[in-house]
Every structure is written in structure tokens, then in C-alpha cells.
Design a protein around this ligand. Structure first.
Ligand code: HEM
Length: 366
């Protein structure tokens, strides 16, 4: 199910680890200068919109993950930026580049039906359309047998269960951000004619997996520039570091644009960044990912995905406005007090910032 479990610290993560969803809409928006306060209020209401739309067909598991970019964070919150939130790092290799493109907020909308995704996207833009520009909108779908448009099964090696939780969410090592996540997105388009002119053997060598059966090559048979070799990240003691991907296919026969929308969640975004460096620069440098000869990264963004509680109540009271770590720690400490105290506390805070206290009503229902 899409029910989220509260963390020991009482906070509830967003639905980063959604159930399998054949449809998705990726909306990336930039926020107009001066509209930060309005947008901040709205972010606390997104979960209400998800309930409004999703309840009409609960078995279709509508969910929405909201991510916030580094530049907007600094404009919108007085609380310091999460430790690893920064603008997307461009990767400029000798042959291929992963550009960093504008984007303040990501809405990653998933469901079993595209109409639910579309209705939610429509309502979101209906609410904040005059405060934002939609800089990218991709309607993604699952293709046959979970394959990407290049014809390979995509997602097989995603971590599952506890390993997925450990990979996707920030852990207790960063108490301020525990239960949050970092997400990197890139829109890729593919040179389909060139790709299809390769033999199946050459295509398989580019990934390091067999096309029909999805069987992984033996390690000795994987090419140094294969997608699998470059995306396997191990530290010195042999521990593998994983991310949680949920790529989708998109395309248009009219424009001839065929693509993969890459999305990777990680508790530690430097893992995804290392993968990107390996893919574009190469490991060793020069040995860049063979699939890039047929794929162009059109966009690139890094967002932080706060907990649901943070979206509904960032906890920016006078103490937090001091912008120091002590202020932040006090705010978090309040979060773990008795629920009754918490609600009273929040109600006071919500009214003082002029909002309707919707955050505290939602919280008191938990
Ligand atoms: C694996 C496709 C971009 C990270 C795979 C696999 C496919 C695939 C077919 C093999 C099956 C699987 O385990 O999922 C693509 C396509 C991309 C793309 C079509 C865009 C053009 C990326 C990017 C990253 C990435 C940008 C990281 C920043 C990974 C990882 C694996 C993987 C970590 C699993 C490696 C393993 O443990 O074996 N990808 N991918 N991919 N990809 Fe990608």
C-alpha cells in the first residue's frame, strides 16, 4: 500500500518508495520572485490535493513527492539548507555533458492511471499557476515488460524492502534531515535510428545485460564502458551503495522525440553524483558510458525531499529565524514532544504566520 510509516522521531516521510506505478507525470517549476511565501503555504496543502483526487480511486495509488531545489530553499526558508542540497553539478566529459538546468520544485506524481496523475497536476497548477513557470512537464509510461524505449528491462537491480529504505532516505546520521531524501532527475532523449542500427550483441554490451532474458553478464564479460560497470559504486571495504530509480518512458511520434526520464532517490546524493561522474567523465576518465552515444541529457536537477511534516509545518519560528544549528535543533526537539503539546504549539505558530492552521489540523489526525 502507499501508507507511510512514521519514523521513531515522529516524522512521516513522503511517498518516495511508492508501489509500482505504470503512469507518472514529472513537473518541474520555477517560482517567481516574491511568490515564495504563497508557494511555501501551498506545499503544505499538496497532500490534501492528493487525498482529494486519490480517494476517487483508492486502488490506483495516487502519490506525489515534492522536492525543493537549493536556490529556492534559500529564498523560501529561514532554516539552513539540508547538508547535501546544492544546485545540480554539471558533468562535462570530453564527449558528453550532463547539463544543470533551472528548476525550483519537482512534483513527482505517480499512479496506476494517468487520469489521476493528470488531474492532480491540473489542480496543482490551478492553485499556483500564477506564481510559477512550468519549465518541464513529462508524461511517462511503463513500456512492455518494464523496458525502456531502448528495449532493455529497466529497474531490475533496484534495492527492495529494508535496503530500499536505507538507500533512499536520509538516516539518523543527519538528525535534521532523517526521513528526507535527495532526488536527481534528468530528461534524456535517444537517437533511436542509430541505436536500432546496432546489433543486439552491441546493444547488450552497452548495458552489460542480455536483452531478451534480462540476465546480467558475468563480471568478466562486462565492458569497462558498460552502464552496469559504471553505475556499480563500491567503497574501499566492498560495500555497495545503491539508489532507488523509477525511470519512465516518454515520447512523441509527431516530433520523433523518444526518451527516458531518469529519476534517482538517495539518502546520500553523492552516490548518484558519483554515478553521473562515472557515466559522463568515465572511470577511468575517458571511459564514458556507451549508452550516452545514443542518449542526450536535456535537463539536470537536484532536489531535497523533506518529510511530510516539514512541508506542512517547516517550524520557522523566531528561534529558527536565527539561522543557526542551535535554532534548528530546538525546532526538531519540539517535534518530538507529546502530540497534544505539539498541536497547541503548532496552532500558535500557524496563526502567527498568517496561515489557516491547516497544518496542525492534519497533524492532529495522525
Ligand atoms: C541499471 C537504463 C540512466 C543508474 C540500468 C539498467 C537499464 C538502465 C536498462 C539495467 C537494469 C536495472 O538494473 O535497472 C537506463 C537508461 C538511462 C539510465 C535508459 C538513461 C538514458 C541512468 C543514470 C543513472 C543510472 C543517469 C545514475 C545516475 C543505474 C544503476 C543501475 C542501472 C545504479 C543498476 C546497476 C546495477 O546494480 O547493476 N539502467 N539508465 N542509470 N542504472 Fe540506468
Amino acid at each position: 500500500t502507499v501508507q507511510n510509516v512514521a519514523l521513531p522521531n515522529g516524522r512521516t516521510p513522503q511517498h518516495v518508495l511508492g508501489p509500482p506505478a505504470p503512469s507518472a507525470i514529472f513537473l518541474v517549476v520555477t517560482v517567481h520572485p516574491g511568490a515564495e511565501a504563497e508557494v511555501k503555504d501551498f506545499l503544505g496543502d499538496v497532500s490534501g490535493l492528493v487525498r482529494t483526487v486519490g480517494f476517487r480511486s483508492r486502488e490506483d495509488h495516487l502519490s506525489c513527492v515534492t522536492g525543493i531545489g537549493a536556490l529556492l530553499w534559500d529564498r523560501m526558508y529561514s532554516i539552513p539548507r539540508p547538508a547535501q542540497l546544492h544546485p545540480f553539478i554539471e558533468q562535462r566529459g570530453d564527449t558528453h555533458t550532463a547539463p544543470s538546468t533551472p528548476g525550483d520544485i519537482l512534483f513527482h506524481i505517480r499512479a496506476r492511471r494517468i487520469d489521476l496523475c493528470f488531474e492532480l497536476a491540473r489542480l496543482i497548477i490551478g492553485e499556483i499557476g500564477s506564481s510559477v513557470d512550468v519549465v518541464d512537464e513529462v508524461h511517462g509510461f511503463r513500456y512492455f515488460d518494464e523496458r525502456d524505449i531502448l528495449g532493455f528491462v529497466d529497474g531490475t537491480e533496484n534495492p527492495e524492502d529494508q535496503e530500499a529504505i536505507d538507500s533512499a532516505y536520509v538516516g539518523p546520521e543527519d538528525p535534521d534531515c532523517e526521513g528526507g531524501s535527495y532526488v536527481i532527475v534528468q530528461k534524456y532523449t535517444h537517437e533511436m535510428k542509430d541505436w536500432e542500427s546496432l546489433s543486439v550483441e552491441d546493444q547488450e554490451a552497452a548495458f552489460g545485460r542480455h536483452k531478451l532474458s534480462d540476465m546480467e553478464f558475468d563480471d568478466d564479460d562486462k565492458a569497462a564502458n558498460s552502464h552496469l560497470i559504471l553505475n556499480t559504486i563500491e567503497d574501499e571495504d566492498g560495500t555497495e551503495h545503491k539508489i532507488v530509480r523509477d525511470n519512465m518512458v516518454f515520447g512523441s511520434v509527431e516530433s520523433g522525440e523518444y526518451g527516458t526520464y531518469f529519476i534517482g532517490y538517495a539518502g546520500d546524493p553523492s552516490v548518484t553524483e558519483q554515478m553521473l561522474e562515472n557515466m559522463f567523465i568515465g572511470d577511468p576518465p575517458g571511459t564514458y558510458d556507451r549508452i550516452l552515444d545514443f542518449s542526450t541529457a536535456e535537463t539536470g536537477n537536484l532536489f531535497y525531499v523533506p518529510t511530510q511534516d516539514f512541508l506542512e509545518d517547516p517550524g520557522e519560528d523566531e528561534d529558527a529565524a536565527t539561522d543557526d544549528d542551535t535554532g534548528r535543533a530546538e525546532v526538531l526537539a519540539e517535534d518530538s514532544t507529546e502530540p497534544a503539546d505539539q498541536t497547541a504549539e503548532e496552532a500558535a505558530r500557524d496563526t502567527s504566520d498568517g496561515s489557516l492552521g491547516i497544518g496542525s489540523l492534519k497533524r492532529s489526525r495522525q
